[in-house]
Write a protein that binds this ligand. Structure first.
Ligand SMILES: Nc1ncnc2c1ncn2[C@@H]1O[C@H](COP(=O)(O)OP(=O)(O)OP(=O)(O)O)[C@@H](O)[C@H]1O
Length: 719
């Protein structure tokens, strides 16, 4: 079934060229998941890997048997093609100095490590004070360098020298086999990773896994890496491996050993599902925190346990168990889980009996992972997140902060919290460790493998018309944007998402599935409704999902073809995350459409800048750019205060609660109403509604006074 053809209601539509089709994220043909690489490093890595990658053969195989509607099909086959810059020709290979590298030689000197890390745009920095760096070497790979830096030099170092002193070039992970052969992870865990069909590590995996699995003391880690670049796997593998080791060395100590905190229930649930695939057969249990779950002391040497109602590796979706009636859940025996995945509020409530007691501690937790750390440490969640951090009282706790965006204030907060925590600890850590920062690509930038369209729609009506053109592009020759389902549409508020959904739901032709193909998802829905919609969207039954920023972060729908910012995002960071729902794992062909109106003009520059940087990262001709210099120059800059205000509240005019036709009292927010109906049509409808209401009231009054014998037979007003 061609979803696009059905949506266009056209049989005459020219078939899209196979070239553009083959680039769609929904076709499941992931290119090499790496975003940055050069031919030179490709050769070096191939030599180090001991074999050349057979990319072309794998790509050819990928092109066969692509099902029409397999939007989110799992990517079992290893991604094997690479970006154009990476395609090394035979000639290149002949002249490469790296060919001299023996296939058996898997050690790397610093030049090789630098070459590989630089070409993948990976930058590792020691975040500690210079004195601390000089006193405590953290990595064997950098010990030579550290020895050279004398302690007494610290005060005289220039800024540049300090930067250089902090810079690290750790050994990169070249392939997933090294996880077992070099880093000695649990064999079962290695098999589980292999089963997912991943062979080429993404940049963030290439950089972080050796740091977290290596022999040097495990660092605290701050990671900024692009959306969809596989951060989940990067933090789950080390966490699971650490627990497997712990089980071996401390067979009697059970309880929550690792905490993963994520800002939304959807993301937490997804992490658990990813985790379940990795823990199968390892003896490690991973659990999603749910309302009413007990996290407390079981009287067993201070161990923390929680009510656990799922088998360690049962099913990929946990919603069923989660939605069991309370009575049934009360009968579930209390068991122990090793990894707890939670949203901040849910855990804080569990640890403090809904804020009625002081926070209980989690004394066994050795790893605290904060996914989307910048939002977890943003004022909205900060207090809860810091409370959780402080409740992890083990002296050897390690923290990992992961996101695609990270302000410098988050780095400062991390440093100060680590310092304060160390000062407060009764028992000192068993060994010193570093705080490292790893950045992939340019900090706070959007992924370079998607097309950005910034569209001026002048008014709210203009946006709606533009969106309808996307749904029925055959009707609009003017639009050069062809967005195929599945895609996400983001609005600023829940009422706007609801209103937009009701406006669009009859736009899908019945032969394409009608209104069931479009849904709205927001936090006012029940947990069960949210899970159902997520499931149906993943299965490809829902094609278009209207939502709020609830789904802006972390959520991984592999085959999403595009993202529509119906309302502009509140900040540049939100833009990066929203558009990052497409182009996952290096998939090409995703589109991000952002509409803006007259009211939005003051806020557009930061988004235009993000697009500009992303297009620069991608390379290509100046003329191909969607953001021209004149536009960047013409757009106004926003003051710091206005930025803050926008981040908190969004575009003011869109905050008005009355946005649907039904609720509209005719005052205010007119320009922001989501509707294609004219004022006259709306007045007529209101009059009609009023007449029906009045007639009903008359009828009810008459029935009450016994004057109407056939109250049920009246047919209402004629149309
Ligand atoms: N090495 C790999 N090769 C191919 N695909 C991979 C690889 N690692 C992870 N993936 C896939 O990439 C997708 C994105 O991964 P993930 O959700 O972890 O991204 P992320 O970096 O956390 O993104 P976000 O910042 O949006 O949260 C997932 O579907 C995952 O299965």
């Amino acid at each position: 079934m061609d979803a696009f053809r059905l949506l266009t209601r056209s049989t005459k539509l020219k078939p899209a060229s196979s070239a553009s089709d083959s680039r769609l994220p929904s076709t499941g043909k992931a290119a090499n998941p790496q975003l940055f690489r050069t031919a030179e490093t490709d050769k070096l890595e191939s030599a180090k890997n001991g074999k050349k990658r057979k990319r072309n053969a794998a790509v050819q195989q990928d092109e066969e048997d692509v099902p029409d509607l397999d939007f989110f099909g799992s990517n079992k086959r290893p991604a094997a093609s690479v970006t154009e810059t990476a395609v090394a020709t035979e000639d290149d290979e002949k002249v490469s100095a790296q060919d001299a590298v023996s296939e058996d030689d898997d050690s790397m000197d610093e030049v090789e490590r630098r070459t590989i890390l630089n070409s993948h745009k990976i930058k590792v920095t020691d975040m500690r004070d210079l004195e601390a760096i000089q006193v405590q070497p953290t990595s064997t790979t950098d010990s030579k360098k550290k020895k050279k830096t004398k302690k007494e030099e610290a005060p005289t170092l220039s800024k540049k020298e300090q930067k250089r002193a902090r810079r690290l070039f750790p050994e990169p992970l070249l392939n997933f086999k090294e996880l077992r052969s070099k880093y000695k992870i649990s064999s079962r865990l290695a098999e589980n990773v292999a089963e997912q069909g991943f062979t080429v590590p993404t940049e963030v995996q290439l950089g972080t896994l050796p740091l977290l699995l290596g022999e040097s003391s495990e660092p605290d880690l701050l990671v900024v890496a692009p959306t969809g670049s596989g951060k989940t796997l990067s933090f789950l593998i080390p966490v699971i491996n650490k627990i497997v080791r712990h089980h071996h060395s401390n067979p009697d100590e059970h309880g929550i050993l690792s905490l993963v905190v994520a800002p939304t229930r959807e993301l937490a649930s997804q992490i658990v599902n990813e985790g379940r695939k990795l823990v199968a057969g390892t003896g490690v249990k991973i659990t999603l925190m749910r309302k009413g779950m007990r996290v407390g002391d079981d009287g067993d040497a201070g161990a923390n346990v929680l009510e656990e109602n799922n088998e360690e590796s049962s099913g990929s979706e946990d919603e069923e168990a989660e939605n069991k009636p309370a009575k049934e859940r009360a009968n579930i025996p209390v068991t122990k889980s090793d990894i707890l995945v939670t949203t901040p509020l849910m855990l804080v409530n569990a640890l403090s009996a809904n804020r009625t007691t002081t926070m209980a501690t989690l004394p066994l937790v050795r790893s605290l992972v904060m996914d989307e750390a910048d939002v977890l440490l943003d004022p909205l969640f900060r207090e809860q997140t810091l409370d959780i951090w402080k409740s992890c009282s083990h002296p050897d706790l390690r923290v990992g902060l992961w996101s695609a965006t990270m302000g410098s204030n988050i780095e400062d907060l991390t440093k100060s919290t680590i310092r304060e925590r160390l000062e407060d600890l009764e028992q000192k850590p068993s060994e010193p460790h570093a705080l490292l920062r790893l950045v992939v690509g340019l900090k706070d930038s959007a992924i370079p493998n998607i097309d950005h369209k910034l569209v001026y729609a002048a008014t709210e009506q203009g946006k709606l018309m533009g969106l309808r053109q996307l749904l029925r592009p055959a009707a609009a020759s003017a639009s050069d944007i062809r967005l195929r389902p599945p895609f996400l549409i983001f609005t600023q508020t829940i009422p706007r998402a609801v209103a937009l959904h009701s406006e669009l739901k009859y736009d899908i032709p019945a032969e394409a599935g009608g209104s069931s193909r479009i849904a709205v998802l927001h936090s006012d829905l029940s947990d069960g409704q949210r899970s159902d919609i997520m499931r149906d969207f993943r299965k490809g039954e829902i094609w278009i999902l209207v939502t709020t920023d609830l789904l802006a972060r972390g959520v991984d729908f592999r085959g999403i073809n595009g993202v529509v910012n119906y309302d502009i995002p509140n900040s540049a960071a939100v833009y990066v995350h929203r558009v990052g729902r497409t182009g996952r794992a290096g998939r090409e062909g995703g589109i991000a459409v952002t509409y803006y109106t007259k009211e939005d003009i003051p806020y557009v520059k930061s988004i235009a800048n993000i697009i500009d940087v992303s297009e620069k990262l991608r390379g290509g001709e100046e003329g191909d750019k969607s953001i021209q210099k004149w536009l960047l120059d013409a757009l106004p800059n926003l003051s710091k205060n206005s930025k803050k205000d926008m981040k908190r509240h969004g575009v003011k005019a869109r905050q008005a609660p009355r946005l649907t036709d039904k609720e509209d009292d005719g005052k205010g927010a007119r320009g922001m109403r989501i509707s294609t109906k004219s004022g006259f049509e709306r007045r007529m409808e209101n009059n009609k509604r009023g007449a029906i209401e009045a007639s009903r009231n008359r009828k009810a009054a008459a029935a009450a006074s016994g004057n109407v014998s056939d109250a049920g037979s009246w047919g209402g007003l004629d149309d």
